[in-house]
Design a protein around this ligand. Sequence first.
Ligand SMILES: Cc1cc2nc3c(=O)[nH]c(=O)nc-3n(C[C@H](O)[C@H](O)[C@H](O)COP(=O)(O)OP(=O)(O)OC[C@H]3O[C@@H](n4cnc5c(N)ncnc54)[C@H](O)[C@@H]3O)c2cc1C
Length: 671
Amino acid sequence: MTTLNSKVPKGPLKDKWTTYKDKIDLVNPANKRNIDIIVVGTGLAGGSAAATLAELGYNVKAFCYQDSPRRAHSIAAQGGINASKNYMGDGDSDYRLFYDTVKGGDYRSREANVYRLAEVSGNIIDQCVAQGVPFARDYGGLLDCRSFGGVLVSRTFYAKGQTGQQLLLGAYSAMNRQIARGKIEMFNRHEMLDVVKVNGKARGIITRNLITGEIERHSAHAVVIATGGYGNVYFLSTNAMGSNATAAWKIHKKGAYFANPCFTQIHPTCIPRSGDYQSKLTLMSESLRNDGRIWVPKKMEDVLAIREKKIRPNQIAEEDRDYYLERRYPAFGNLVPRDVASRAAKERCDAGYGVNKTGEAVYLDFAAAFQRYGKEQAKIHGISNATNEKIIELGMAIIKEKYGNLFQMYEKIIDENPYKTPMMIYPATHYTMGGVWVDYNLMTTVPGLYCIGEANFSDHGANRLGASALMQGLADGYFVLPYTIGDYLSDDIRTGKISTDTPEFDEVEKEVKDRIDFFMNNKGSRSVDYFHKKLGKIMWDKVGMGRNEKELKEAMVEIKAIREEFWKEVKIPGDKNEMNLELEKAGRVADFLELGELFAKDALDRNESCGGHFREESVELEGEQKGEAKRNDKDYAYVSAWEYKGEPSDAVLHKEQLEFKDIELKQRSYK
Ligand SMILES: Cc1cc2nc3c(=O)[nH]c(=O)nc-3n(C[C@H](O)[C@H](O)[C@H](O)COP(=O)(O)OP(=O)(O)OC[C@H]3O[C@@H](n4cnc5c(N)ncnc54)[C@H](O)[C@@H]3O)c2cc1C
């Protein structure tokens, strides 16, 4: 085992990034024109990086598998983006955002990166406003903010429930300007299937044109991976169905260490699963927890009556409801972080209090908010003696204004009016804090190979706070990578074009083609989804919200067995030289089947509970925190970075020891 060098600059935390920027090597504008950069992925991280690098003068080649960058999974982000601008005057600061993020991540992130994130967060909002992103504004026209879980201030900027879409349109228009100038060459419907290294440095990629099936070589002086998270290893998740880990996994196999794979976020407010034939889960934004109260009935007879549809939730008296988050966590109430809220929902449902047919749902109820806002509105409009109906009507109008599209989405999926009956929600896989290990420069363990956005192991430690992923992706793309990559590329100004006509490209292209031919010629009998679902079930049952040694060991064996069956039995119809969705999925699921096993191995190694990783063996047994997750800083205050050695079970662990100089390590309490 080796110790990893995170390359964090020396000096006081608050000066590190400024001093770093003052000292790095720069590339002059004329030389930038001779340097090529590949950016794989054009979601918020890749899109912002591609646009900025091109604006700086580099020649960018950008790739995505959708038909347009506008369709990246980032478009799904609903709730908002954090920034420590303190517009609400409620005591926010860079330090507080930094502190909340490190604490929210259960002290498993790198201090220096998180502080830098907080420092540049304000710039992101300015940049996006300049691009025309229509953030919500208050009555006076100033940017509005709301609060999200795990914090005591309002620092989340939002555009109704469509923040990701609006931010992506901003990044996309910045990209388009550069596409029009010829500084970005855009390759839609292209999937990166491997990376090419020359003399140890990343110098290109191999892609498949998803329309024609053509295999192509692309070279550059540096390669940036911005391909999103791997939540779909669970099969069912809130991620876009195409989200996958192939690019990240392929670079892992070529030398990039993979960090903290077991750190996954299970989001508490998703629409519950409805049956076995479902292929996707839907998120109800965390912003709803600002105004919605979460509860289950206190009495078992009420639970049963609800399940049998003998009574409706609205008929249950206030004193017979268990607002379990408010009861257990009075300081943060319904706004506890996601990991805490998810586990609490699971605890109630495991105890038998779930309110839908399968017993896997709790209520998210807006009745109190209708009253609160309604009474305020009645006062504002000078309506004295307003009836209860009028108050509710006025309150509903405010909720509609804030979350209207989310309510509409819920009604379309569940066919029940959430203004009249409380929403039903249950936790679902949502985000991956783990990912490709990167140093302070966002460079992987392969020189010249960078990783940004959700694809890297990121700044969120063991649990990401709401509205922080968009902040991190855009910080990486707009404000961090454009500096750090220049420092590296300053050594490449005399290199000249990288040829693709070399043995290194020949070799990797052959590997890619062989794999495709294998899939096309395999005479199996099972669809790709058959294996993906089997994998997902093991991941959810044994590597999901609660994990223990016995089941993790079983999961590793079972995943390996599915993998072996997959390679024997998978069947791909159609042709390789045409659009072939089954072929695309086969490659992605093959990678998930390896990643899943490493995930379980990582969870087994980390015999502590922290953030989204809950080891049933590591629980507080006494005192106020009884029953809560128990972290173990003495033995596990490190980032696990795994080196590929063939079989996932043979991966070698490298540790990046985490140092906490500006934050005192404390037990995370939201009570
Ligand atoms: C429903 C939902 C709501 C969310 N809401 C919020 C929110 O309100 N606030 C917040 O902060 N976060 C939110 N998140 C999280 C956030 O949206 C994501 O973490 C973030 O958008 C990821 O951005 P990204 O650029 O890293 O990756 P993505 O947006 O996933 O983009 C990945 C890109 O990589 C490309 N790609 C992938 N593999 C390949 C390949 N092999 N070859 C070529 N291209 C490839 C894709 O085409 C795509 O362009 C939400 C997530 C979900 C699922």
